[in-house]
Ligand binder design. Structure first.
Ligand code: PRP
Ligand code: URA
Length: 208
């Protein structure tokens, strides 16, 4: 499918396997979420626009470059929070805008509970961060919110996707690239990704 990038990096495969392991404790789980988010963001930002920047080295002038875009990191609460810190180290001048959504357990539809975006957009490129793309409802709703805010360029960065979630996000927003560590088999009857890793929020925050 166009615009879907599933990482083939060996370090991602190694770390994701440890993340899936049910015996991985919350502290290690958080470290792995952070590390995989960095590796995926490195791949997802390969096409950032640059502008020229002249600097002086101690010996001579140098015609270099700097990132042109104003970048917003948009973690979907709660589970997306664990992806922020590592990505922020790669992109230290990024703004962080939180979107609070939870999935209604019965309907599996996203319910919005936190959104403090100002009226005018302050960024030109948003990276939506959420480890799990299950039905795709939460990601699609977040992209809806960001488009209404006026953001022109949006990318989704996640850890594990179900084919159903990719199809839903892609159908709703075909121009949004999906960067993911792995595409799993399917959803179970409760909307969980199989084989997946269980509940990403609970495993990070020790609330399961
Ligand atoms: C999880 C996950 C996504 C959503 C994915 O969050 O972090 O946001 O479910 O499911 P979807 O693709 O079917 O919408 P959850 O609602 O469990 O909230 P939490 O992060 O607060 O635990
Ligand atoms: N949310 C999760 O945390 N895990 C899933 O498998 C699906 C939704």
């Amino acid at each position: 499918m166009d615009n879907v990038y599933s990482s083939t990096h060996p370090l991602v495969a190694h770390k994701l396997t440890r993340l899936r392991d049910r015996t991985t404790d919350p502290r290690t789980f958080r470290e792995l979420v952070r590390e995989i988010a960095v590796l995926l963001t490195y791949e997802a930002t390969a096409d950032l626009n640059l502008r020229p920047r002249l600097v002086e080295t101690p010996l001579a002038p140098f015609n270099g470059a700097e990132v042109l875009e104003r970048i917003g990191l948009v973690p979907i609460l709660r589970a997306g929070l664990g992806m922020v810190d590592g990505v922020w180290e790669l992109l230290p001048s990024a703004e962080v805008w939180h979107i609070g959504l939870y999935r209604d357990e019965r309907t599996l539809k996203p319910v919005e509970y936190y959104n403090k975006l100002p009226i005018e957009p302050t960024v030109s490129l948003c990276l939506v961060l959420d480890p799990m793309l299950a039905t795709g409802g939460s990601a699609a709703a977040t992209v809806d919110i960001l488009k209404r805010w006026g953001v022109r360029r949006i990318k989704f960065v996640g850890l594990i996707a179900a084919p159903e979630g990719i199809a839903r996000l892609h159908q709703a927003h075909p121009e949004v690239p999906i960067h993911i560590a792995a595409i799993d088999e399917r959803l179970n009857e409760r909307g969980y990704i199989l084989p997946g890793l269980g509940d990403a929020g609970d495993r990070q925050f020790g609330t399961g």
